[in-house]
Design a protein. Structure first.
Lengths: 338, 338
């Protein structure tokens, strides 16, 4: 099969790879309908995360089941399925508490930017649609595999809900989908922090009531201006840098909630500032599996359209261009078609 | 009047000070029945926090109202009252959300290790008992002014409750009262981390079911051993050092809650570790006022006896010895009688 491999920062190639096969009786093999490039794939692409040799890329996937292992009972060939970037048994105590991305048996899958993918723990990981969906819904289902579930978790962790003012730091796909999530969760006011016109536009479509273009101390001051000097009730952090984390914490009122889903690179939180900020802080790798049944339902009935975050649609063969476009911020998110 | 003043690290003197007086119409003056030395008073005593000249000490107080300002309507002379270490209006949006220690008008009071104290925002800050209580309940009420409310907040922030395993890092008065709080809140199992025999004993009296004497990585391993390898559901951090914060975070299961109430000195939380720990983190200066009515009720009906944390009872005149005894860990907490 064909699949994308990162050889070095800035060097992504689509190559012939061995077809994946059932390795354990709990595995499934899926034929990908679509896959995509994640904001987190840009960390190694930019040389921030180290690569240990050539690495098959991708962890977002939606597709049709080809084959299942002998112990798989809940999923069968021919079904259209979505799974999370962490496979989980969905039965352990941590999964049952809703933290499937910290499942005691969690693992991969990796290498989803390809024609086929082996998904471990298929029964716990994959969620099937009632029928194979029409082609125009595939991007939305693909978004559910990571960015939608991650933005949603950010909004849930920030306790977005009725009567709340929610601010979102970060205008990538996750930030934009956190806006969508806050809207669905009933937030009264949603402030998107963005200085990019096309992203502001999508944020408004998804439910943002206000746009703040300032960053850092000025961004914090603007949020305070909009909230009687108190700060937002809920702030979603969807970047993962020191500046964005501190901006999120200081934009939140005492007693408010920060939900952080940006992968925290070289972030160090000063204890005393956190202490006196009086905020709740929760986040980490999104337990996408917790939300998949609900989110796939909303997509299937066309209540939400998270697929709009894909503003570049390429054949898998052109993965390198897909990475470049995201790196240069020409694209919010690249969908790849095997 | 007489009052304790810290002149330099290790140098506390009881001196003649000016009597406090009503400065604003919302003030009250109280005659202290008892006051005490706080663990946080040891930070300047040990030279960790800098002093800016001679400083009247103390922020914990219970006593009888002497005089009230012209705008005070809810409190009257002769009542026995308790207040928090932060005065609060109890009407602003932050107070109404239960975060009175971040009240938009918060201030002092300071200088409570004395015969009299001026309490600002008396209507919002002070809570009166139905009658002047018997002498043996005074230590309990005094504890409600800070350490009980702080331990309670730690347990609430850690979401201690039925079915939960709660671990408490720190065996000072706040940690011990977090054990009491976890018990009252219905926790199933309470693990106190302590290596001091008298404190272990009081922890057991307050409801601890297990004692862990190890610290750091070994302490974390012991907590994991006691919780099927997962970590506690709820961990209260009641020390405020880098080691204790990381011990708390790593002793908590994914999706669990850390409530931190130790004043975070030189603490810096690594973003990536926090991210993958998947915990909820909440804490800060305890909004004692939120809990005072309930806690004073439990003390008055003798359901709880938080006054046991005072294992040294001295006349105010001997404040210096009270500080020394706590600094040398000969006493858990020193009560001072004006």
């Amino acid at each position: 099969m064909r699949g994308a491999v990162m050889h070095a920062p800035g060097d992504v190639r689509v190559e012939n790879l061995e077809d994946p096969r059932i390795e354990r009786p709990t595995d499934a093999i899926i034929r990908l309908s679509a896959t995509c490039v994640c904001g987190s794939d840009l960390w190694p692409y930019r040389g921030v995360d180290k690569l240990e040799g050539p690495t098959p890329m991708g962890h977002e996937y939606a597709g049709v089941v080809e084959e299942v292992g002998s112990e798989v009972t809940g999923i069968k060939p021919g079904q259209f399925v979505v799974g999370s970037f962490f496979a989980s048994d969905n039965t352990c105590e941590i999964c049952r508490a809703g933290y499937q991305s910290s499942c005691i048996h969690r693992e991969g899958p990796r290498g989803a930017q390809a024609e086929y993918l082996r998904v471990p723990l298929a029964d716990g990981t994959l969620v099937a649609t009632p029928e194979v969906p029409p082609a125009d819904l595939v991007p939305g289902y693909l978004a559910a595999s990571d960015v939608l579930g991650t933005g949603w978790f950010g909004a849930v962790a920030a306790e977005a809900g009725p009567g709340k003012t929610v601010a979102v730091v970060g205008d990538g796909a996750v930030g934009l989908l956190a806006v969508l999530a806050a809207k669905q969760l009933g937030a009264e006011r949603i402030i998107a922090m963005s200085r990019h016109e096309p992203r502001q536009k999508l944020a408004r479509e998804y439910g943002a009531t206000d746009i703040v273009t300032e960053r850092g101390d000025e961004g914090i001051a603007r949020i305070k201006d909009l909230t009687d000097g108190l700060g937002a009730h809920s702030v979603v952090e969807a970047v993962g840098t020191q500046e964005s984390m501190m901006q999120a914490i200081h934009s939140t009122r005492p007693g408010g909630h920060v939900g952080y889903v940006g992968v925290a690179h070289e972030v160090s939180l000063p204890g005393m500032e956190l202490f006196f900020s009086h905020v709740h802080l929760h986040g980490g790798p999104a337990p996408v599996r917790r939300f998949l049944p609900e989110l796939m339902g909303l997509i299937g009935e066309r209540t939400i359209d998270p697929g709009k975050v894909f503003d570049l649609d390429l054949p898998l063969q052109e993965a390198a261009e897909g990475y470049r476009a995201m790196d240069e911020r020409r694209a919010i998110k690249t969908l790849l078609r095997p």
